[in-house]
Design a protein. Structure first.
Length: 65
């Protein structure tokens, strides 16, 4: 998608943009490969505008009788 945008804005040729996009792949694999599944899922949900809510289990105090 980014390669098409750069090509249509006449920033560079389509092939150059495509090569530049593929050059970023190792960095993304290393960076996102080190993140936990929950953080990666949250980032993807944000990028694709998916509504996501963080929740937690209810915590009950042992002194609360």
């Amino acid at each position: 998608m980014n390669a098409v945008l750069k090509y249509r804005c006449k920033m560079s040729s389509f092939l150059e943009s495509l090569v530049e996009n593929y050059m970023w792949i190792p960095l993304f694999v290393i960076f996102f490969g080190g993140l936990s599944l929950h953080i990666s899922l949250a980032l993807l949900a944000y990028f694709f505008s998916v509504d996501m809510q963080w929740g937690a289990t209810a915590k009950v105090s042992p002194l609360n009788l």
